[in-house]
Design a protein around this ligand. Sequence first.
Ligand code: NAD
Ligand code: MG
Length: 475
Amino acid sequence: MFEYAPAPESRSVVDIAPSYGLFINGTFEAPGSTGGVFKTVNPATEEVLAEVSAAGSEDVDRAVAAARSAFGPWSALPGAERAKYLFRIARIIQERSRELAVLESLDNGKPIKESRDVDLPLVAAHFFYYAGWADKLEYAGFGASPRPIGVAAQVIPWNFPLLMLAWKIAPALATGNTVVLKPAETTPLTALFFADICRQADLPPGVVNIITGAGETGRTLVEHPGVDKVAFTGSTEVGRQIARSVAGTGKRLTLELGGKAANIVFDDAPIDQAVEGIVNGIFFNQGHVCCAGSRLLVQESAYDEVMESLKRRMATLRLGDPLDKNTDIGAINSAEQLERIRVLTDAGSQEGAERWSPPCELPAQGFWFAPTIFTGVTQAHRIAREEIFGPVLSVLTFRTPAEAIEKANNTPYGLSAGIWSEKGSLILAVADKLRAGVIWANTFNKFDPTSPFGGYKESGYGREGGRHGLEAYLG
Ligand code: NAD
Ligand code: MG
């Protein structure tokens, strides 16, 4: 085997300020002017990257008020005029994508290969796509003169900081809404960079406001009486809380929550391709993916072949410096998330599943978890039921399509699923019976702005992306 030489992307392409204020009404306020401050770290090194403001209730008031006063003029603009801003934002994102990719990898821990080749192209694509809808809303199938809802409160998680921002902001703006967005507390930096892009694009002040802070800031924002629409992506637990607080207020709500997707491999599947799909399904973004293929269901007759090939492939995964262009698996986003993964994987061993990882050296500094698979998993095991949100795969087996469907659907979630088979009729028949919002066939974790995304059951409600994604922002 050849050794790889280090191939780090330069971090000097991006300037990180020592501290950041809130972005309200088109200006950055003085850092920590009212609420407190907190630090965001690079999870690969634990180095502090910057100090960020924690927005308190007065800050939330000001941000919502700014979005409210911007709403009238913004929603009155012809769609073609709003589209110009969105196209401009999309082009600036492309122009500055190298800076953004490096910043995303620094703050989040994801491999530069992914932030550069997956996150950033999709972020730009979302803005381009919804820019295209802005002047065609009458033809989208939601009535002859669809109206925007008003001020949207948007709270997003840390696993795809900039991409989740794009999923939320692009359709909201295209349809004429204004926005107050709160990024996750461990990954605020690319959202603040995006605020600067809004200035660069001459977006009217108040159309986009970015406020940073932890859960309390998010709660204050979604409970604010001046908000007309709430869009949340994150844990089912917080989603439930938000649904309760929004109930009866007249606010519109979309929730994109967790998942425990089945990736189903039939014995006639092309095994090498299926193994690539299994690896991509669970080790992409360290498994911090709501639609991750975290439950592998393998047909018994193909089990030995799949497992042997999967283990061989896993031994080639390179874990380490997220900025190294050869890195496949980066850092776990936070100490808290690492602890959650440890608790659940310990439960897996205690409950009797068999644990395996390839030989893998973990860096001494930072938050890391080796790619791991559990075999001998039963449906009663916690690792088969709960979202681990880490690079951990639970392997189960089945004999017949009916058994695969039953096991795949045996979860409180229903976000995504994968099917691997050479037989089109089998794929269609199985897909028809799976209770999952997105089903991939002979591929996994493929995203496109034209395609709606969303869940069944505890995975949430509403759709993001595509024509369907417009509906969540139209009254
Ligand atoms: P979380 O739900 O606590 O956080 C997501 C966002 O919600 C963050 O911006 C957070 O500040 C905010 N928030 C927290 N409490 C809030 C409240 N009461 N009201 C409004 N906003 C609030 O998620 P987490 O703690 O970072 O992760 C916990 C687990 O959630 C993970 O282990 C994973 O299983 C799951 N998760 C799922 C997704 C997803 O994409 N579906 C994303 C992140 C985490
Ligand atoms: Mg961080």
